[in-house]
Ligand binder design. Structure first.
Ligand code: S3P
Length: 169
């Protein structure tokens, strides 16, 4: 399962994958990669610009390219975009490269977290809360490919980190 020693964070938008991944990387002294940030670096565009200029399909192919690239890494923490698991090919690649930890949260908690800085193209058009509900429904079951799932709704940041560290022991 975890044959390259990577720790991969998956889960819906606003569940804290990037912040948690960064903290874990400093505690565990492992390199950190965030697929969205890597895609922004490679394309020279923000995620919003990619969606706006080229559409979601182009973004998904960038994600696919990125996951293939990061699959060569060893002993890293990798935070993925919330839609990474939409493509079963990506799930297979990730499963072969590390342990998959899913962060989730109740819709109202997600809404509260993302509304502060809503730069997610899929949540921006129309009512953000409704978009969250719709996407969560569409993606139901997708995150079950993970080795461990944490509901972060009622946990503070340190509690999330500690729960992950306990699981990894
Ligand atoms: C997306 C999640 C975003 C980003 C893009 C699409 C999704 O990442 O990849 O806006 O489809 O769920 P975060 O989960 O880091 O917000």
């Amino acid at each position: 399962m975890n044959n390259k020693g990577n720790i991969i964070l998956i889960g819906f938008m606003g569940t804290g994958k990037t912040a948690v991944g960064r903290r874990l990387s400093s505690i565990l002294n492992m390199d950190f990669f965030d697929t969205d940030q890597e895609i922004e670096t490679v394309t020279g565009m923000t995620i919003e610009q990619i969606f706006k200029k080229h559409g979601e399909t182009r973004f998904r192919s960038e994600e696919n390219l990125m996951v293939n690239k990061l699959a060569n890494k060893t002993n890293c923490i990798i935070a993925t975009g919330g839609g990474m698991v939409l493509d079963p090919v990506n799930i297979d690649i990730l499963r072969n490269t590390g342990v998959l930890i899913c962060l989730n949260a109740r819709p109202e908690v997600i809404h509260d977290r993302v509304k502060r800085r809503n730069n997610r193209p899929l949540l921006k058009k129309g009512d953000t809360y409704q978009n969250i509900i719709t996407l969560l429904k569409e993606r139901e079951g997708l995150y079950s490919c993970s080795d461990y799932i944490i509901d972060t709704s009622d946990l503070n940041f340190d509690e999330i980190i500690n729960e992950i560290l306990e699981f990894l022991k």
